[in-house]
Design a protein around this ligand. Structure first.
Ligand code: CO
Length: 464
């Protein structure tokens, strides 16, 4: 029996960097090897979206749209892929449909081919506008499951979700395991279940955090997965993805059709070895994040969330409550209807668990985010919220009936454009401002100042 073709998505430009070095990989650091990535034979290069947009503006003094155009120019043969938080776009709150549509269109216009669209609650109502806009713009919409485990997250429930995604028109399906909790056998069963139900290409995304990733991909591929997300060796492992070279060689040996050129992969690896060295030296890369921490398989709390819990407790001078907060987290998650723990629900649940432990009374002190969550502003929860707790939090207030995005003002774009005036030079600038107003303003100001400097310099030689 001939085995299927397995495509690879290289994550070094987005998720691997986001997971290991807080997304600090600047365009200058990527540029020397983009043509190599382009020639290596990847299914796609994940290179934009997620935290890259915010970090470009906030820390790297880069216009994210310009970065995307430069990536496009440098990699003409590879599909460029971005990660989109559905109705949250790249931020942490919901935006109106008009803004989502404009953002998706602009992403495609500037060079994106594949948009992986997910929602923290797996609420399809939060995915449909982004999916529709991606299809309209001619991109590949990848309908995504945020993977989690709970009594309501059965294979049947996931299959049902995938069927609905298919009817929305997505061209591929992605199982997104952001915490590395998808174990090999569960991956095999889930991929088999999905493959039996829909005939769409299936992408599997995991992290090496808990150490199962290589086995998880092997079992997923055995069950028929078509694409896997990997990171080039030196930027792989730990909180990142497993290594591209290793999987390419191993899967090829097993008879799968692999398009990757291992010679080019090793050249890429050499380059990133040096880059990794720099980040290790300046402390951006913490060697601990490259190790294995299997505890998450037991408590199911993602690594990023654990470090948040720790730093919050430290700030409150309450490190002695760590064990208690660790136990409280899954209880809060259960009360809240078992949301997958991914941005932004991971923060919402984690903060509330800390609040509950610190005040000594559960839900005495409730954050605005939890109130909004209970009102339905983040979407429909996988299971109902515990009714007693819902009443304690909302009182007489009734939760929302329909989509939260439908209650938002529809003239956000026009208003932002007006507010910005000449500061905004294109639609992309306005979208940047809507996504991250404060950061965008600082960025636009710095951009203007830099240009004025350039003008003075260029006038000077004229005096000669
Ligand atoms: Co990820």
């Amino acid at each position: 029996m001939t085995k299927q073709k397995v495509g690879f998505t290289e994550t070094v430009l987005r998720d691997a960097s986001q997971s290991l070095i807080a997304t600090r990989l600047s365009f200058d650091k990527m540029e020397p090897v983009l043509s190599k990535i382009d020639q290596a034979g990847y299914y796609s290069a994940e290179c934009w979206g997620g935290a890259t947009f915010d970090v470009c503006l906030r820390y790297l003094n880069e216009d994210p749209w310009e970065r995307l155009r430069k990536l496009r120019a440098a990699m003409p043969n590879t599909k460029l892929q971005m990660l989109l938080r559905g109705q949250n776009i790249l931020g942490y709150k919901h935006y109106s449909d008009d803004v989502v549509r404009r953002f998706v269109k602009a992403s495609v216009r500037n060079g994106i081919d594949i948009i992986r669209i997910f929602d923290a609650l797996n609420d399809l109502e939060n995915l449909k506008v982004a999916v529709d806009a991606a299809l309209e713009a001619g991109a590949i919409a990848s309908g995504t499951i945020s993977y989690t485990t709970s009594p309501v997250h059965t294979i049947e429930a996931y299959v049902k979700m995938v069927e609905e995604l298919k009817s929305m028109g997505v061209q591929t399906i992605c199982i997104k395991d952001m915490a590395g909790i998808l174990t090999p056998q569960n991956a095999y069963d889930l991929v088999s279940g999905i493959k039996a139900a829909v005939d769409l290409p299936l992408v599997v995304h995991t992290h090496s955090t808990t150490g199962t990733a290589f086995m998880t991909y092997m079992k997923a591929v055995e069950a028929g997965a078509d694409v896997i997300d990997t990171a080039i060796g030196p930027m792989s492992g730990g909180t990142s993805q497993p290594a591209t070279e290793t999987l390419a060689i191993a899967l090829k040996e097993m008879g799968y059709q692999i398009d990757l050129d291992t010679k080019i992969l090793f050249e890429l690896a050499d380059y990133f070895k040096a880059v990794r060295g720099e980040y290790l030296e300046d402390g951006t890369l913490n060697p601990i994040s490259m190790g294995t921490d299997a505890a998450c398989l037991e408590h199911q709390i993602p690594g990023g969330m654990l470090s948040n819990l720790l730093s919050q407790l430290k700030m409150m001078n309450a490190l002695d409550k760590y064990e208690e907060a660790l136990k409280e987290t899954p209880r809060v998650r259960k009360d809240m209807g078992y949301p997958p723990l991914v941005t932004p629900t991971s923060q919402i649940i984690g903060n509330q668990a800390v609040n509950n432990v610190l005040t000594g009374e559960r839900y005495k002190n409730v954050s605005n985010e939890v109130k909004a969550y209970c009102r339905g502003e983040y979407g429909k929860t996988p299971a109902p919220i515990d009714p007693e707790i819902l009443t304690k939090i909302l009182g007489d207030e009734k939760p929302l009936e329909g989509r939260y995005a439908d209650t938002l003002p529809t003239d956000v774009f026009e208003k932002a454009a007006e507010e910005l005036g000449d500061i905004a030079r294109c639609e992309e600038d306005v979208l940047t401002y809507i996504a991250f107003p404060q950061v965008a303003e600082n960025f636009f100001k710095a951009r203007k100042e830099a240009e004025e400097k350039v003008v003075t310099y260029s006038i000077k030689p004229m005096e000669e």
